[in-house]
Design a protein around this ligand. Structure first.
Ligand code: PLP
Length: 420
């Protein structure tokens, strides 16, 4: 990632990661799959959880549990303090200017739907345009299509080149006075391509467009700074960040959130309610109707603390070493084609094997204890652009080792022999 996309600077020495020590933090690695050690290469779908996160959940449910915001008793006040403390943690983690810019949601999908529904319905009209890229996850396509259906606006798609890189010139050519919002991924889940946000956000802004960044695949891999990026919205899911399922974040610039109508209505998001009229709570509560996933948010806080203790710069460095090692090893396999060879890439490798369906490869790999993803990766339009029905995807993280890569290569060779 560039300096503007991530605050990591490569000009200072970063001490290497003690991967074996990290693996000991993840209880899942003590189990076996079909009698073999687990080789988990599907973190892009959801990350495994460290003991620190599991313990935070356990401790909360065992000795700190209560609903938040409305209780006048000690347990509820404590739970509220912990929940709201995570808002401060996320604010710092994302480099947001104000804690009120952090809205807790269930996942990135909900965050994007919130923006499409609440901000989109209020601001888009017939003929207005929404600009996305060709490598979006369905979560950053479908909510915009639904908005188009409601208000008559139009979805435009910026192309990618054969390496899986955004065509910045073509992207810019699609920007115009009708472009109301650019909704774009930070890192492609299917290809690993890192979008040069530092180039495209200023271009979008110069046309007066809002910018939403889908950061689901970015936050686990490198430090993100929303203020440096200059985006208006940034969305991510807690479960991909080593936190619990059911926790997610929408960052939104304060004046924009304040001017945006609520998403869901109900308890907790109101100031006063009568049968005639309701007034809404200030942000972020206005967007947090109903009982949130209190434990999930507390677990997310523990996950961020865990990552920050390790250091995202060290994680990024280790992942790029793994990516290089794995790319070389996979390229050496005859008949294997890597899909997505962007020059700036996160540790995700999609590939196809000549004559073997990705699902069959995934099944053979699973028999050898290697967990990968096979399919369209919730990016069907991208698969169409690439001219493949599906790919096998191996995604690497802080707990993966070069032995994991070797196990992947060995399992692929077994698949090749089986299907020869
Ligand atoms: N955006 C990207 C880039 C993703 O990879 C994913 C999940 O894979 C999502 C959005 C949706 O995440 P979730 O299902 O947690 O809402």
């Amino acid at each position: 990632m560039s300096a503007a996309d991530a605050s990591l600077s490569s000009d200072h020495a970063v001490s290497p990661l003690d991967v074996e020590a990290i693996r000991r933090d993840f209880p899942i690695f003590s189990r076996t799959i079909r009698g073999q050690p687990l080789v988990f290469l599907d973190t892009a779908a959801s990350a495994q959880k460290p003991r620190q996160v599991i313990d935070a959940l356990l401790e909360f449910y065992e000795s700190g549990y209560a609903n938040i915001h409305r209780g006048i008793y000690q347990l509820s006040a404590e739970a509220t303090t912990r929940f709201e403390g995570v808002r401060d943690t996320v604010q710092r983690f994302l480099g947001a200017a104000d804690r009120r810019e952090i809205v807790f949601v269930r996942n990135a999908t909900e965050a994007i739907n919130l923006v499409a529904r609440s901000w989109g319905d209020a601001h888009l009209r017939e003929g207005d345009e929404i600009l996305i890229s060709a490598m979006e996850h369905h979560a950053n396509i479908v909510p915009w299509q639904m908005l188009c259906e409601r208000v008559g606006s139009r979805l435009r798609v910026a192309p990618i080149n054969e390496r899986g890189e955004l065509e910045v010139g073509a992207f810019e050519a699609l920007l115009g006075e009708r472009t109301k919002i650019v909704a774009i991924t930070h890192v492609s889940n299917a290809l690993g391509s890192i979008v040069p946000l530092h180039e495209i956000i200023p271009r979008a802004k110069s046309h007066g467009a809002m910018v939403l960044v889908d950061g689901a695949q970015a936050v686990p891999h490198a430090k993100v700074d929303v203020a440096a990026l200059g985006c208006d919205f940034y969305a991510f899911s807690g479960h991909k960040l080593f936190g619990p399922t059911g926790s997610g974040v929408l960052y939104g610039r304060l004046p924009i959130l304040e001017a945006t109508p609520p998403f869901l209505g109900g308890g907790d998001m109101i100031e006063t309610v009568s049968f005639e009229r309701t007034t809404y709570a200030p942000v972020p509560q206005k967007f947090e109707a109903g009982t949130p996933d209190v434990a999930g948010v507390i677990g997310l806080g523990a996950a961020i603390d865990y990552l920050e203790t390790i250091g995202l710069d060290r994680i990024e460095l280790w992942e790029s070493e793994l990516l290089e090692y794995a790319t070389e090893a996979l390229e050496a396999i005859a008949g294997l084609r890597i899909i997505g060879t962007a020059s700036d890439k996160a540790a995700v490798i999609s590939f196809v094997l000549e004559g073997i369906h990705p699902h069959d490869i995934g099944t053979v790999l699973d028999q050898q204890g290697v967990a990968v993803r096979a399919g369209h990766h919730c990016a069907q339009p991208l698969m169409e652009v690439l001219g493949v029905p599906a790919t096998v995807r191996a995604s690497f993280s802080l707990y993966n080792t070069k032995q994991d890569v070797d196990a992947l290569v060995k399992a692929i060779r077994t698949a090749l022999e089986l299907f020869a």
